[in-house]
Design a protein around this ligand. Structure first.
Ligand SMILES: [Zn+2]
Length: 277
């Protein structure tokens, strides 16, 4: 599932692609049922409008129009890619699991592809955006984050630190992969209680989260199953994972076999020697 780095990369790619040709010519719809029904009527009403800007919040892409905003969530396997004008169901470039095509006036088409269809598109008015994202936590890469306040919130929680790290109401963008990797880098046992973790450990953790996400963006993100950026390129960052997906393999630092256990339905990976209870 794309996490913050992967969505950030797609956002940067799309911003490059949109460049000067960001006026919507039309839309093509190939099927209606993503996680939510595609708002075809509302999307068609955006014809002739310019995409004023595109940004990311948490794992969501937000396309800003005059009064409305299009929110795109990639779910498990969503991808945006470019095709040239002439793209339709009969074109040689059409692929199974292409669901929506945004045709821009300059001739470029942005195609949304999603085999598992957990992603979605939603239209909200720009005024509704603050309410839409009201329950979301802080952006780990923002410059003004009060990590001291965040630590106190985490210390007030019950349950393991890894679950807290993935709680999007406190901190956004960190999912199963980057939570395991960040905890390894900070030398923290994933099942340790959030309340019992020291402030010093939290300080280390926030530094590692920021470093990890920044590094992952530079390396093009992580491709586990099928993540591709908007230019169709896979990420490289998964090649350097310390723990994720490496159960039974040697720790890169101490050669102890990496362990794995399911926590809240998700596999958690750690080194029993570098991340002591
Ligand atoms: Zn180790």
């Amino acid at each position: 599932m794309p996490e913050l780095p992967e969505v950030e990369i797609v956002c940067r790619n799309l911003n490059k692609i949109l460049g000067r040709n960001s006026r919507v010519k039309s839309w093509l719809f190939f099927r209606q049922d993503l996680r939510f029904k595609i708002p075809q009527k509302q999307l068609l009403q955006l014809r002739g409008q310019k995409i004023q800007s595109l940004s990311r919040r948490a794992k969501y892409l937000i396309f800003y129009f005059e009064e409305m905003a299009l929110i795109s969530h990639l779910g498990m396997t969503g991808e945006w890619r470019t095709e040239n004008s002439g793209f339709d169901r009969k074109s040689a470039n059409y692929r199974k699991h292409d669901h929506v095509c945004l045709q821009l006036e300059g001739g470029v088409c942005l195609v949304y592809h999603d085999p598992r269809r957990f992603g979605f598109l939603q239209i909200v008015s720009k005024k509704q955006l603050p309410a839409y994202f009201a329950e979301f936590g802080v952006e780990p890469l923002d410059s003004g984050v009060d990590f001291g306040a965040l630590t106190e919130k985490f210390k007030g929680l019950k349950g393991p630190i890894k679950s807290a790290l993935m709680n999007q109401k406190l901190l956004v963008g960190v999912g199963n992969i980057y939570a395991s990797e960040a905890l390894y880098r900070a030398g923290i046992y994933p099942f340790k209680s959030s309340a019992q973790l020291s402030r010093e450990s939290y300080g280390r953790l926030w530094g590692e989260v920021r470093g990890l996400l920044t590094e992952a963006i530079k390396k093009g993100g992580s491709t586990i199953e099928n993540y591709r950026n908007a230019f169709g390129e896979a990420g490289e960052f998964q090649k350097g994972f310390y723990v994720y997906g490496r159960q039974g393999e040697e720790c890169r630092k101490c050669h102890t076999p990496i362990k794995s256990r399911v926590l809240s339905g998700r596999s958690t990976f750690w080194c029993p020697s570098c991340q002591k209870k």
